[in-house]
Design a protein around this ligand. Structure first.
Ligand code: PRP
Ligand code: MG
Length: 212
């Protein structure tokens, strides 16, 4: 029997809530801790636990049919991939921040400055739209440490509670975009899996309605 393959974040902030929404849809998944693949017991679905940033490529290649991931990841590297449902959790912003002690007037202040980020496309597009040119340092994590160690003048990263910025003596100065978890679909999804997706979406919609 055909199963739909869904990618879910392996670890990190989306993992728990992504599994929770499937559970609320009445889908039970054996969640062995170290397993990278799991099968649902009562729905034609298989879960692949993947790194967030890898998911757009898996969707593009049709290795997975659908995925739960942050909209910000799609904006960064999956603009060709369609969103079928906004899921209402893992809300965050992608923002520019500078040290608290830096005097800041406008985005023009970033002209010629060094910005550390894991979201180069997002920052570049934003700066370009404002006519600003800056020097990007691409790093994959702990971005907020960069100004304190002399690696950059500012950063662009995800802000949720704001506590990472606060702990690193940074202030949010520009919100580039707002994001939340979404259900995205592969452009290569088969007709059979589309039928399964429709069933899943029907359940998701009622779960989301009940949550509101
Ligand atoms: C994420 C993100 C921010 C922080 C935002 O980092 O990159 O640093 O969370 O959340 P907050 O506003 O609630 O503090 P994460 O802790 O996942 O670590 P990483 O960047 O090193 O992967
Ligand atoms: Mg971080």
């Amino acid at each position: 029997m055909t199963k739909i393959r869904i990618a879910v974040q392996k670890s990190g902030r989306l993992n728990q809530d992504s599994l929770k929404i499937l559970k609320d849809c009445g889908i039970s998944i054996d969640n062995g801790k170290d397993q990278l693949k799991a099968t649902a017991r009562n729905f034609p679905l298989e879960v692949l636990y993947l790194r967030n940033g890898d998911i757009p490529q898996y969707l593009r290649d049709g290795i997975v049919d659908i995925a739960v991931l942050g909209e910000n990841v799609l904006i960064e590297k999956g603009r060709d991939i369609s969103i079928v449902e906004k899921l209402g959790f893992s809300k965050c912003r992608v923002s520019l921040a500078v040290p608290k002690s830096t005097k800041y007037n406008s985005v023009k202040d970033f002209e010629g400055k060094r910005i550390a980020t894991s979201y180069p496309n997002t920052v570049l597009d934003y700066l370009k739209s404002k006519g600003v040119t800056a020097d990007l340092h691409i790093i994959n994590g702990s971005v907020e440490i960069a100004p304190n160690i002399g690696l950059a003048d500012g950063i662009c990263d995800i802000v949720s509670s704001g506590s990472t910025l606060f702990k690193n003596n940074l202030k949010e100065v520009e919100v580039i975009l707002k994001s939340e978890a979404v259900l995205a679909v592969s452009p290569k999804i088969s007709e059979e899996c589309t039928v399964i997706l429709e069933k899943l979406q029907f359940r998701i919609k009622s779960v989301l309605q009940a949550r509101n």
